[in-house]
Design a protein around this ligand. Structure first.
Ligand code: NAD
Ligand code: IPM
Ligand code: MN
Length: 326
């Protein structure tokens, strides 16, 4: 049976890299029944809609969602990012954003488990006296015991399944004494259930040093939404480049479809020039195949990507080269 996949190419390089991901999955012999969704900046500029609720309801019926990237300079910041990407992550309750980084020749092999529905992303806050000299803007960080615990528990389970069985909590407990305290206490309590997992804690600023100077120390990292966003662009940069960084937005309960997308954005600076590296999108599609039970195809795609990682060529040629190795 073909897997039913909702495809959102989105903006900028999004459609360019998603086309290569679908090309490679099909070359691996996996049958997909894809439905394209016209969502992103072009749609918004045409009719003012971002993600209408009837389309969101339609998305729920798919086995998975494959997304390129969204956001464009022609639309004010946040309209598409919050209205489309975050709306899907929140409404489909994809509470884990899983972002793996590997660079075998450098001994780098770690995965970031980023909380995906709370923190500063939740949308708490607003303006008072906007536009006056006394203007106030607040943007709070929402951390629920349930939200933190389910993410931390996922991270411990993941760490327990890996050879090194090591989990690092990254936060800023020395300053964010409310949110950080909730995260640290939750982490310590869940740790008691996982005696086989060794643990560490890094403040996020120090983690930035270690990401650059000693990324080999990490196995699994768990962190909040905003720290996870920033750290995973850095993770991409230190493990081969942002063009190789894949991600999965998971609802581990499987009540709603999960969404797979590169870590990078729509890259307006190189859009339409066939300069985008499609490997991040291809590896995101491989993560999708893991979830769909197509583990063997996913592994073959990862090997083919690794063998093509030195290729500097136009976007479709990189897709062709990966497909040819399958
Ligand atoms: P970006 O990730 O789009 O680009 C940052 C830099 O990385 C740019 O120099 C770009 O050329 C380069 N780059 C990104 N992907 C690449 C690839 N596959 N191959 C080669 N180079 C690549 O981040 P940005 O410029 O800060 O954001 C651009 C837009 O994308 C914004 O609207 C932002 O909100 C949005 N965005 C969307 C997502 C997403 O859809 N998941 C993620 C990040 C940013
Ligand atoms: C990412 C992106 C998104 C995020 C934006 C576009 C909302 O940067 O997926 O890393 O901040 O989560
Ligand atoms: Mn990001």
């Amino acid at each position: 049976m073909a897997h039913k996949i909702a495809v959102i190419g989105g903006d900028g390089i999004g459609p360019e890299v998603v086309a290569e991901a679908l090309k490679v999955v099909r070359a691996a012999g996996v049958e997909l029944e894809t439905t394209d969704f016209d969502l992103g900046g072009a749609r918004y500029l045409r009719d003012g809609t971002v993600l209408p609720d009837d389309l969101l309801a339609e998305l729920r019926e798919f086995d998975a969602i494959l997304l390129g990237a969204v956001g464009t300079p022609e639309v004010p910041p946040g309209v598409i990012e919050r209205g489309l990407l975050l709306k899907m992550r929140f409404e489909l309750d994809q509470f884990v954003n899983l972002r793996p980084f590997t660079r075998p020749e450098a001994g780098i092999d770690f995965t970031v488990v980023r909380e995906n529905t709370e923190g500063t992303y939740a949308g708490e806050g607003g303006f008072l006296r906007k536009g006056t000299p006394h203007e106030i803007a607040t943007q709070g960080s929402v951390n629920t015991r349930r939200g933190v615990e389910r993410c931390v528990r996922f991270a411990f389970e993941l760490a327990a399944s890996r050879p090194r069985k090591h989990l690092t909590l990254v936060h800023k407990t020395n300053v964010l004494t409310f949110a950080g305290d909730l995260w640290q206490r939750t982490f310590d309590e869940v740790a008691a259930e996982f005696a086989e997992v060794t643990t560490a804690y890094n403040h996020v600023d120090a983690a930035c040093i270690y990401f650059v100077q000693d990324p080999q120390r990490y196995d699994v990292i768990v962190t909040d939404n905003l720290f996870g966003d920033i750290l995973t662009d850095l993770g991409g940069a230190v493990s081969g480049g942002i063009g190789f960084a894949a991600s999965a937005n998971l609802d581990p309960t499987r009540q709603a479809p999960s969404m797979f997308e590169p870590v990078h954005g729509s890259a307006p600076d190189i859009a339409g020039q066939a300069k985008a590296n499609p490997i991040a999108a291809i590896l995101s599609a491989a993560m999708m195949l893991d979830l769909l039970g197509e583990d063997a195809a996913a592994e073959r795609i990862r090997k083919a990507c690794a063998a093509s990682s030195n290729l500097n060529a136009p976007t479709p040629e990189i897709g062709d080269a990966v497909a040819a190795r399958l």
